[in-house]
Design a protein around this ligand. Structure first.
Ligand SMILES: O=C(O)CCC(=O)C(=O)O
Length: 282
């Protein structure tokens, strides 16, 4: 990744990378979100979360990964993963993945940082990162996400100034870009003041692998679907047995039940230790 992008991420806590996917692909992804929202509604799940949004003009799609391969490709996208690792460290996992379509009339949710959702204060290190896929053009008038410059340096809730709401500025980017946002950056959704623009964003939220994700992917994704996933996607979603263990350590540990050597050798070794125990009980 270009040095200037990494330097900007480290100093400002965010960067925009344009053209990661084409405008057509972004538009296709946005229309697939609508299909997912529809199937979730058919199953009885509303895409309005009254605890988060002041009105139903924000359409929240909570299951992109489970519902469509395109979003699984985006979560594994090389550019996204490279930037996520540049913020968080080499081993990242997926903490959550959801999308918000802000329709005209949608309004701001509460100010928050994404790291605060998964880790209590103090927020000392950039242990999470949101890669925000712009599936439409995003600008102030159509409800661009608003952030507070420098807020990734706030360590405690008490550091939030009283005039925080006055400090918000929009992330603006063309469809097909990603906005990479340090998990400590305080932000909120904007207000969509346009007559007819839909602002669609996919939030691919990654964290360091020692933090528990917001979703237990093993429980959320049907096992037949999990069986089709690549090794990298399985690792990103923590689907395999080892968790909270660096890759190399998992290699030393063999199988989670022990070293896989076969019953004959394992029983021979076991009889050896059991016999020693009977001679000299611990
Ligand atoms: O939709 C947005 O612009 C921001 C959404 C957000 O931060 C969230 O849903 O946690």
């Amino acid at each position: 990744m270009a040095d200037d992008i990494n330097a900007k991420l480290a100093s400002d806590g965010w960067c925009v990378v344009p053209g990661v996917i084409s405008r057509d692909m972004a538009a296709d992804a946005a229309s697939r979100l609508w299909s997912i929202a529809r199937s979730n509604a058919e199953e009885g799940y509303s895409c309005h979360l009254p605890g988060l949004d002041p009105n139903p003009s924000m359409v929240r799609v909570l299951t992109p990964l489970q519902s469509d391969e395109l979003f699984r490709d985006l979560i594994e996208n090389d550019t996204a993963l490279e930037l996520a690792s540049a913020v968080v460290g080499q081993e990242v996992i997926v903490a959550n993945c959801t999308a918000n379509i802000a329709l005209p009339g949608s309004q701001s949710m509460m100010l928050h940082s994404d790291l605060a959702f998964i880790l209590p204060e103090p927020w000392l290190y950039p242990w999470s990162v949101n890669v925000v896929w712009c599936l439409s053009d995003v600008h102030k008038e159509n409800g661009a996400t608003l952030y507070i410059p420098g807020s990734h340096e706030w360590r405690l809730q008490a550091d939030i100034p009283e005039n925080a709401a006055e400090l918000l500025v929009p992330f603006e980017a063309p469809a097909g870009s990603i906005i990479v946002m340090d998990g400590r950056l305080w932000h909120t959704s904007g207000t969509n003041q346009t007559a007819d623009e839909e602002r669609a964003l996919l939030f691919a939220y990654y964290s360091a692998s020692f933090l528990r994700p917001m979703i237990n992917w093993t429980a959320a994704i049907p096992s037949e679907l999990q069986a089709t996933f690549s090794p990298r996607l399985r690792q990103l979603l923590s689907l395999d047995v080892f968790a909270n263990t660096a890759d190399e350590e998992a290699d030393f540990q063999g199988h989670w039940k022990g070293q896989p050597v076969g019953a004959e050798q394992a029983m021979g070794e076991f009889r050896g230790v059991a016999a020693r125990r009977s001679i000299s009980p611990a």
